[in-house]
Write a protein that binds this ligand. Structure first.
Ligand SMILES: Nc1ncnc2c1ncn2[C@@H]1O[C@H](COP(=O)(O)OP(=O)(O)OP(=O)(O)O)[C@@H](O)[C@H]1O
Ligand SMILES: [Mg+2]
Length: 259
């Protein structure tokens, strides 16, 4: 596959090592404009590593990566990151526990973990409205470390939206969310899916928001199947991917796995 300049993401024969171990093997993948991808695979299959590579937090040992038309190594990653939102425990773990919740979200506007300039009134208003959107307005003045796991997750989601990203990456974003919060959040993603490119990583296909167009199934660092979501997320591919007999049901644009 040739890396194409106008795609959102292009991986060309990418191999990655973590801690001396090969965790992604010869991945060729292209995400076109207007596509929203679910990346599905068992624990340890390489999903988070794949997202870290798209965000420029981890580099390939072999192969080429292009994100939003820019090749890694030739562009300023800080600038690229400003256009990419990431919701992941990797980000959550880096939020200073003593930081005020409102400031956590405001810092997302500048895509930095700590605030590096005094926020304008406009930035503060935007951050407050995003906190309201995720149902965390009452927590604005508390410190991040005081919040429950689910509340922290919602704040990190608001933070990721603050930079109005062209590409939003979500790594198991429903972890810690209760059923109602999860469904409200997934509804919000379905609405946003029409205007933002998204990568949604999960091992639970029940969590893939309606409106997602494509899926990639990975196992042990290799692609099992990839392409149109309805064709890719079938029982045969899921059985190969997870190593247990799985049937897949589709209902109203959502999926469920029956083991
Ligand atoms: N810091 C590290 N040192 C050594 N090996 C690592 C490290 N981080 C990840 N790995 C290994 O890399 C492989 C891929 O990990 P990755 O986190 O990408 O998997 P994942 O698909 O996101 O899994 P999960 O569903 O459990 O989040 C795993 O085998 C994991 O043990
Ligand atoms: Mg992971």
């Amino acid at each position: 596959m040739k890396v194409v300049g106008d795609s959102v993401i292009a991986f060309d024969g990418v191999t990655a090592f973590v801690g001396g171990k090969e965790v992604l093997r010869d991945i060729s993948w292209r995400v076109g404009k207007g596509e929203n991808w679910a990346v599905v695979g068992p624990n340890g299959s390489g999903k988070t590593t794949l997202l870290k590579m798209v965000g420029g937090y981890h580099w390939p040992k072999k192969g080429k990566i292009e994100v939003l038309g820019r090749a890694f190594g030739r562009s300023d990653l800080r600038e690229l990151r400003r256009t990419i939102g990431m919701v992941s425990s990797y980000v959550t773990d880096r939020v200073p526990r003593e930081q005020r919740v409102l400031d956590v979200v405001t810092s997302g506007i500048y895509s930095s973990i700590r605030l590096w300039k005094t926020p304008t009134e406009r930035d503060t208003k935007l951050a407050a409205s995003l906190l309201d959107l995720v149902g965390c307005a009452p927590h604005a003045g508390r410190t991040f470390g005081e919040l429950s796991q689910g509340e922290q997750q919602k704040v990190v989601i608001a933070r990721a939206l603050a930079s109005n990203p062209v590409l939003l990456m979500l790594d198991e974003p429903c972890n810690g969310l209760d059923l109602r919060s999860r469904e409200e959040f997934l509804d919000g993603l379905t609405r946003a899916a029409a205007r933002t490119s998204m990568l949604y990583v999960t091992h639970r296909i029940e969590e893939i928001p309606a409106g997602f167009t494509h899926a990639m199934l990975i196992r042990d660092g290799s692609v099992v199947a990839s392409g149109d979501i309805a064709k890719t997320l079938n029982g045969r591919n899921m059985t190969r991917c997870f190593g247990v007999g799985v049937r897949v049901r589709r209902h109203g644009g959502r999926f469920s796995a029956i083991v």
